[in-house]
Write a protein that binds this ligand. Structure first.
Ligand code: PLP
Length: 405
């Protein structure tokens, strides 16, 4: 049994009040809150072991380098990558996908080649491919969703052609909560000898990830959605791909030798890490992963699933409630509308009651279009949320619904 009250004590922000009401934070899919151990780690790094990595022979620089590389190995173990150099540090999911689009695109995509994505992608997994449509003349193929908010796998299987060069798909939808059958998707793509990028932004806080068991070619995620710092993220890529991909950015750290005649590039992972990396972010993220490991990702998922089910069930008490996304496999995300009320109005009213949910298109406008709506309100859960908070959420929705009618 998890002691959620004790876990809550690790997150000082949860004792805040907003508008004189206790904060009920249900915007975890946008960013999770940060436990004290992670913030302490950042402070300790700046206070005690801050020095630029790689370039120094002095004690502190070596210590900072060691801490950064230990963090890389921790992330490697956490997602079960084969090699530490398959872990590339980035600013987050968005930068990781842009890196692949730019670098893989340069090496392997020709005009007329196709990249398969889906209707439920975050803009981070749409726009980088659209940029390649403009720059390289590639084409995007889109897997539609079913009324339950699942990928239409029949259509997916029919999308492959000799022109298909990459599948890039989200593991868990940030709007519908759908957990996609990524193993099946990867196996299908591999039968066509097509590599697969998995957007793991919403999976990493909720699911155990094993990139080798999945056989993912690329797997990307952000630290700030799994109790880690902002501005830090990961690109996992199989060595066989990363080795053959050109650098994404040029600068320090990513070179072996520079002259005006010819520059040679550093080995993996440094080839993709131009400039001073966020070594403090890396070690803070490692601390966040240790925090998750201490609680157990399965325990986290079980708790979040229970809250999601309880909230979904209680939301039916509200007249006119419409929930978007009823997939059989679902994460801890509930998107909804109440009658004809605008989600912004719902969000603003319950905010005044202390309840933070996200409203808008959730960076998934093509999905909104497919659903025939402009926006939704979205509640999403993390390990520190409680049933009592769900009750407050429901009561606040009832009051908001009554005011808006
Ligand atoms: N992909 C998905 C599925 C997301 O939910 C998000 C963030 O909400 C992103 C990508 C982008 O993540 P970031 O803004 O951390 O780069």
């Amino acid at each position: 049994m998890l002691d959620i009250q004790k876990i809550r004590e690790d997150f000082p922000i949860l004792s805040r009040q907003v508008y004189g009401k206790p904060l009920v934070y249900l915007d975890n899919a946008a960013t999770s809150q940060t436990p004290k151990c992670v913030v302490d780690k950042i402070a300790e790094s700046y206070y005690m072991s801050n020095a630029n990595v790689h370039r120094g022979v002095h004690f502190l620089s070596q210590e900072a380098t060691n801490i950064m590389e230990q963090s890389r190995r921790h992330i490697q173990r956490y997602i079960n990558a084969r090699h530490p150099h398959e872990i590339i540090f980035t600013r987050g999911t968005t930068e990781s996908i842009n890196l692949v689009a730019s670098s893989f695109g340069e090496a392997f995509l020709q005009p007329g080649d196709e990249v398969i994505i889906s209707e439920m992608e975050h803009h981070a997994n749409i726009v980088p491919w659209q940029l390649l449509e403009t720059r390289k003349g590639i084409r995007i193929q889109v897997i539609p969703i079913t009324p339950a908010g699942e990928l239409d796998m029949e259509v997916f299987r029919g999308l492959f052609s000799p022109k298909t060069k990459l599948v890039s798909i989200t593991y868990v939808s940030n709007v519908l909560g759908t957990i996609n059958p990524v193993k099946d998707i990867i196996d299908t793509a591999h039968r066509h000898e097509v590599p697969v990028l998995i957007d793991g932004a919403q999976a990493i806080p909720h699911l155990k990830v094993d990139v080798q068991a999945l056989d993912a070619d690329f797997f990307v995620f952000s630290a700030h959605k799994v109790y880690g710092p902002t501005g830090f993220g990961v690109l996992y890529g199989k060595e066989q791909w990363l080795d053959r991909m050109p650098p994404y950015q040029g600068g320090g750290e990513m070179i072996a030798h520079v002259s005006f005649e010819k520059t040679t590039f550093n080995e993996l992972p440094f080839k993709f890490e131009a400039g001073t990396p966020d070594y403090i972010g890396a070690s803070a993220f490692s601390t966040a992963l240790s925090y998750v490991e201490k609680i157990g990702i399965e325990n986290i998922a079980a708790h979040e699933n229970e809250l999601t089910q309880y909230a979904t069930q209680r939301m039916q008490e509200i007249p006119g409630m419409r929930i978007f996304g009823t997939a059989r496999q679902k994460g801890a995300v509930i998107s909804f509308l109440i009658g004809n009320s605008h989600p912004y109005d719902v969000g603003m009213l319950i905010d005044k009651m202390g309840v933070a949910v996200r409203t808008g298109h959730h960076c998934a406008q093509p999905l909104m279009h497919a659903l025939g709506i402009e926006a939704t309100a979205r509640a999403s859960f993390a390990i520190y949320n409680t049933r009592e908070e769900v009750d407050i959420f429901i009561e606040s929705l009832k009051r908001a619904a009554a005011m808006l009618q």
